[in-house]
Design a protein around this ligand. Structure first.
Ligand SMILES: Nc1ncnc2c1ncn2[C@@H]1O[C@H](COP(=O)(O)OP(=O)(O)OP(=O)(O)O)[C@@H](O)[C@H]1O
Ligand SMILES: [Mg+2]
Length: 248
């Protein structure tokens, strides 16, 4: 049977999915991430065969509730994270993140400061929180360029996978249309980008980034070259010494 065509411009999410009808419905029941026609065929809400992301030609109409939610998320990173960002939780599977108090502090630090050095313990949820921050920025700012670099190719790849999984699980009204989607880059139709690279002196050479994270750069014995703003002297010191200097 021929596939039924549904024009996404007139696709009524509110009506089809009963948005707001049952008070107890979770956001994810209210905003399913795929467009299905009434014969359960995927409609045009897809990129390169992936039905969980919006392709470049997707036309998308926002319901009233979706607009309200979009506005709320654009103003409140914490609301966005704790309502729409799904992660793998040990022993529980995939669920929306409940931010730990220190994760909120870390997010606030990124919101308030241009430069941050953060030392945290292993498995504290550092990478995932950084990725949530980057996701929020590329979704709610235009032409925002975010770069992620880690000390190994394995971690770089795993982090991009984590980022892409979070993106795919967002409801379509929070997504932008995608123009490039691969292991090292996601380009969005308004020019925002998420890029990854293995850490080296040449990472992101030629790119003017709005945000750069160097994940796992810290080994306290690693040396860095810094310029002292007051004395104007260029010095080579270990990260440990630098951290102690800043902590004084
Ligand atoms: N608030 C949270 N609640 C439950 N699970 C969480 C939370 N934050 C992160 N996690 C989970 O903890 C695990 C570790 O997260 P992540 O990789 O971000 O930690 P990390 O500090 O970067 O680890 P590493 O030290 O290995 O780099 C992941 O499975 C992640 O989904
Ligand atoms: Mg990590």
């Amino acid at each position: 049977m021929a596939k039924k065509k549904i024009d996404l411009v007139s696709y009524d999410w509110e009506h089809i999915h009963g948005v707001g009808k049952n008070e107890g419905d979770s956001h994810f029941d209210l905003y399913p991430n795929i467009g299905l026609d009434d014969e359960n065929n995927y409609i045009e809400l897809s990129f390169d065969g992936n039905p969980t992301i919006r392709g470049n030609s997707t036309k998308f109409i926002m319901s009233k509730i979706a607009k309200k939610e979009w506005n709320k998320c654009s103003k409140d990173l914490f609301y966005f994270a704790e309502t729409y960002c799904k992660i793998m939780v040990l022993g529980e599977g995939i669920r929306v993140i409940k931010l730990r108090p220190y994760q909120k502090v870390y997010l606030q630090l990124m919101l308030d400061n241009r430069f941050i050095i953060s030392t945290q313990s292993r498995r504290a949820g550092k990478t995932v929180i950084t990725l949530i921050y980057m996701l929020w920025r590329i979704l709610f700012k235009k032409a925002y360029l975010a770069g992620y670099t880690a000390n190994t190719a394995k971690l770089t790849k795993a982090s991009m996978k984590m980022f892409q999984n979070m993106y795919c699980m967002l409801p379509p009204f929070l997504q932008k249309n995608v123009t490039t989607w691969n292991v090292s880059e996601i380009n969005l139709s308004d020019g925002s980008k998420m890029m990854t690279s293995v850490m080296s002196g040449n990472s992101f050479r030629g790119e003017a980034l709005d945000f750069l994270i160097v994940d796992e750069c810290l080994n306290s014995k690693e040396t860095i070259t810094v310029r002292n703003k007051i004395t104007k002297k260029i010095e080579t010191i270990t990260i440990g010494e630098f951290y102690n200097l800043l902590s004084k």
